[in-house]
Design a protein around this ligand. Structure first.
Ligand code: SF4
Length: 331
């Protein structure tokens, strides 16, 4: 299929003081395509830059977050936009209708002093030009579509459970059928059973609307359940990309292997191997391959030269000197 979003050379991070040099780069040169009709997972330990990347993908770059370079190309209704350079007014027109966002905590999207109904009406009026009556009937349909009762529309956000609020946020984000939905750890803080239900609703809706979904999560088990493709991030870089089943079955990058080996297996009572060593300090990232201080297979070249993300065919990409140019490969 065609890409719906294309990331080119994204570098971004956070200002830590009032000078341009007071900057912590948490995304360091990411190139990634998101295709039509796919669910793409972005995985990695906390602090690997995945949330920063997602916010940049939404085009919601406000200080202290800054984008230092790169393009965020989005295929909209009237052509391709670079979300990194179009003005705020233009981005506002794309939000909700072309690209939607589901934050980690639903209260970041919901206004505590407004009823649920008002959230729906505001978006439907401003972004779809609907009148009160039409908007009310659409709102009712959408809360029911995500498995809630219409009474929820009369409630204030704090009167709902975390799971219900997350369903409200899903309905809000999806109701204008954006081509791309970006979700940041959408089920964090919910209990396991509620998580399953919320994820199932989210993915079913996305599939039935023919939208694409990007889910950021540290939870590899979740990615295995719901994503078609996965991108693994380490220290601000994408280190491996591929079909989720293939990456889980045969992880190529040593970091991906470590992540997958650290997963608990059903019926296995042994303590799983954690990943030794500390995640790198963004202020002072390791030279060459950023994973080299923790990598059991590190070679001389790894300290000196950064491995490029290379294609191994059929959509599999990996950034590691064991593969591709000059790589020795591992069995
Ligand atoms: Fe390990 Fe070298 Fe590959 Fe980095 S490039 S993951 S250090 S083998």
């Amino acid at each position: 299929g065609e890409w719906i979003m294309r990331l080119e050379g994204i570098r971004g991070g956070y200002l830590t003081g009032s000078f341009w040099e007071d900057f912590l780069e948490t995304v360091s040169g990411v190139n990634l395509d998101i295709f039509e009709n796919e669910i793409l997972g972005i995985a990695g330990e906390s602090g690997c830059g995945k949330t920063t990347l997602l916010r940049i993908m939404y085009g919601h770059v406000v200080k202290p977050l800054v984008l230092r370079s790169g393009r965020v190309l989005l295929r909209g209704e009237n052509g391709v936009y670079d979300l990194a350079s179009v003005d705020l007014e233009e981005r506002r027109k794309l939000w909700w209708r072309v690209v939607g966002y589901i934050p980690q905590n639903s209260m970041n999207m919901l206004n505590p002093v407004e009823r649920v109904r008002d959230h729906f009406l505001e978006i439907l009026k401003h972004h779809a030009g609907m009148g009160e009556r039409e908007a009310t009937s659409v709102a009712t349909r959408y809360v029911e579509e995500v498995g809630l009762s219409r009474d929820v529309l009369n409630a204030y956000p704090h009167q709902l459970s975390g799971g219900m609020r997350q369903r409200v946020v899903i309905a809000l984000s999806l109701m204008l059928k954006p081509k791309l939905v970006l979700a940041d750890e959408p089920t964090t803080g919910l209990d396991v059973v509620v998580q399953r239900g919320v994820l199932q609703t989210l993915t079913e809706k996305v599939r039935s609307y023919g939208s694409s979904l990007v889910i950021v999560s540290h939870d590899i088990g979740m990615h295995t359940m719901v994503t078609d493709r996965i991108a693994i991030m380490y220290a601000g870089k994408v280190v491996e990309v591929g079909k989720t089943v293939e990456v889980i079955r045969e992880p190529l990058h040593p970091y991906t292997r470590a992540l997958i080996e650290s997963l608990p297996k059903i019926g296995d009572k042994r303590l799983r191997k954690g990943l030794p060593g500390m995640p790198p300090d963004f202020k002072n990232p390791p030279s060459g391959c950023r994973f080299h201080p923790r990598c059991p297979l590190a070679m001389d070249i790894c300290k000196d030269k950064e491995p490029p993300l290379v294609s191994l065919g059929s959509g599999r990409l990996v950034a590691c000197w064991l593969y591709g140019e000059g790589g020795v490969g591992v069995g």
